[in-house]
Write a protein that binds this ligand. Structure first.
Ligand code: CA
Length: 300
């Protein structure tokens, strides 16, 4: 194989270790830290706007229950797609709360209920990134995820097509334009490939239960440029990285968090050394882009 190259640093939902996820300040911070790519999770509003938000529902990240009592579904949850963009913009975004309401998911992060952060559209985020690329002279790429495409289709919304069309309108068409499109759904990625062509760089996200046999990876090669496995799939089964290489697939594991180490790792440095220096992955999704960049710089 070729000599080792530095991995790309993907700011997972922005610099989310420091500011609430998927907020424009969190994205600006990640850009300033030098992240190679900024991640967008994309969902739809009731009036067909693309918004950057991780969950299908709003309740763990916003004050929706207080602002719109009675607008939840029978399951007690408030869904993004049940609210117009205008309504979504009135919500305050906070640090992620635990599902059971027992407090913040990451207690040491940005203080919950502090600041006035808002939901924004994909277009607004692309404007921010391109503006910063211009003003800083350093290009950060876009790494957008089609969230729950089947669920959006059942709500009469073609999320994947709209996302790709929006990216194209901003000049993101081929690998050279500095972007990736990611999705957990293989069927959706195949559909996107057929519709938008082989130049669109696609990443097949994998969950803990995914088949990562040689045969399964060979199938992914037919429609995607890389895989995004969880840390647990790539380690300690070191075979996945070499199988990905054999299949000529990029490997971008998720999610590297200094405040939530996977079992078997004593420090964040140890975790980064395993994946960057030993496994030599092609990229990493991280909540702490500055720490990953510092590790890579020290390595030379
Ligand atoms: Ca994501």
């Amino acid at each position: 194989m070729t000599e080792s190259r530095n991995p790309v640093v993907i700011a997972h939902r922005g610099a989310s270790g420091y500011l609430p996820e998927h907020t424009l300040p969190g994205k600006a911070l990640a850009h300033g830290m030098g992240a190679d790519f900024l991640e967008q999770d994309v969902v739809a509003s009731s009036d067909g706007q693309l918004v950057v938000f991780h969950d299908l529902h709003l309740d763990q990240l916003t004050d929706v229950a207080r602002q719109f009592p009675g607008r939840g579904r029978p399951d007690g949850r408030y869904y993004c797609i049940d609210f117009s963009l205008k309504e979504l913009r009135t919500l305050t975004v906070t640090e992620r709360q635990r599902k059971d309401g027992s407090g913040p998911r990451f207690p040491a992060r940005f203080p919950a209920k502090t600041g006035s952060f808002r939901i924004h559209t994909l277009e607004e985020e692309l404007d921010l990134i391109q503006g910063l690329n211009r003003s800083t002279g350093r290009r950060a790429g876009v790494y957008a995820e089609i969230k729950a495409p089947g669920w959006h289709t059942r709500h009469q919304f073609g999320l994947g097509d709209r996302l790709l069309e929006t990216l194209q309108a901003f000049g993101y068409r081929t690998t050279a334009d500095g972007f990736f499109v990611q999705c957990f759904c293989a069927e959706e990625l195949r559909r996107v490939r057929a519709r938008f062509g082989g130049d669109v760089p696609l990443i097949q996200l994998l969950d803990e239960t995914a088949d990562v046999s040689r045969e399964a990876l060979a199938a992914v090669t037919g429609y995607a440029q890389g895989i995004g496995p969880p840390i647990s799939l790539a380690w300690p089964d070191r075979g996945l990285v070499s199988r990905a290489r054999e299949s000529e697939l990029l490997i971008h594991p998720y999610t590297f968090r200094a405040d939530e180490l996977p079992a078997g790792f004593g420090t964040f440095t140890e975790l980064l050394a395993s994946f960057i220096d030993v496994l030599e992955v092609d990229g990493l999704f991280t909540d702490f882009p500055d720490l990953v960049i510092a590790h890579i710089r020290k390595r030379g």
